[in-house]
Design a protein around this ligand. Structure first.
Ligand SMILES: NC(=O)CC[C@H](N)C(=O)O
Length: 272
């Protein structure tokens, strides 16, 4: 029997996209388990048994303290039952083993607030955040994304542009200093940028829905294996998810699925 790619999708404390993410992983050829975070903390399920960790969108802890902030503290500090390790220790081992982590929307906020992105030198230090949209309200709309073909990102390999929905109140990407932004640019860790109709990165609303600096919609770590983005790839895996599917001639497969396919293919080639 051939080995299968095993994806884990975390749920609980306010996630709401875990079923869509698990479905996308399955369509891409992986086995996918939705696992409540308490099962990991209780030691009933082990991260080690998986190849691909998915942090889904939602409203962790009701966005209290800022989106994903309380969730980040939980993952960093809570001990796994019967062990000295926290989930963050498990996560660091998972990452050191060359496994893949993708965070979408609330999951991206979680990765950034845990310091797992961009983690320039594997230092897991927080130097970016996602804060309130410039318009001061929740934005629910479709976005054009320009893909940086020079980035090491495993997930966007071979892709030039993507069309995906955003749904968030705190999607404005900012850095702690101009030096952090410069380094993200120099190392090509900015993977996707909000773009206008011509496909050019833009600061203008609504094409840039939140006012993110340098039109940043998603970034990766230097290995390209940890990736976070505000738009939702799991929400466009079929033609009928597209807002104009009854009027436009579209391929059967939605553009978001390729990100999951690239992840699963990478794992099959490198880790199985
Ligand atoms: N869809 C989401 O994951 C939303 C993330 C977060 N609750 C926000 O509004 O910014």
């Amino acid at each position: 029997m051939t080995a299968r790619v095993k994806a884990i999708v975390l749920s609980g404390n306010g996630t709401n996209c875990e079923r869509e993410v698990a479905h996308a992983c399955q369509l891409a050829g992986a086995d996918a388990d939705i696992v409540h975070i308490s099962a990991l903390l209780a030691g009933r399920v082990r991260l080690d048994d998986y190849h691909f960790l998915n942090l889904a969108g939602g409203f962790l802890d009701g966005d209290d303290l800022g989106s994903a902030k309380a969730g980040a503290n939980r993952l960093i500090h809570a001990r796994v039952a019967g062990r000295q390790d926290s989930l963050a220790d498990d996560l660091r081992r998972f990452i050191a083993a060359g496994k893949l982590v993708m965070g979408v929307c609330n999951g991206f906020q979680l990765l950034v607030k845990m310091g797992l992105l961009p983690s320039f030198d594997g230092d897991f230090r927080q130097n970016c955040t996602l804060t309130f949209n410039d318009r001061g309200r929740f934005e629910n709309r479709w976005s054009r994304l320009q893909v940086n073909g020079s980035s090491p990102c495993v997930y966007t390999k071979g892709m030039a542009d993507i069309y995906l929905p955003v749904r968030h109140g705190e999607g404005k990407f900012v850095t702690d200093s101009p030096a952090t932004l410069a380094r993200l640019e120099q190392e090509d860790l900015i993977v996707v940028r909000y773009a206008d109709v011509q496909g050019r990165p833009t600061q203008d609303y609504p094409d840039n829905p939140n006012g993110s600096v340098a039109a940043i919609a998603g970034i990766c770590d230097p290995s390209g294996r940890i990736f976070g983005l505000m738009p939702h790839p799991e929400a466009y895996v079929h033609r009928t998810h597209h807002p104009r599917w009854t009027r436009e001639d579209l391929p059967e497969e939605g553009m978001g699925l390729q990100l999951y396919r690239n992840a699963v293919d990478f794992i099959a080639a490198e880790l199985l």
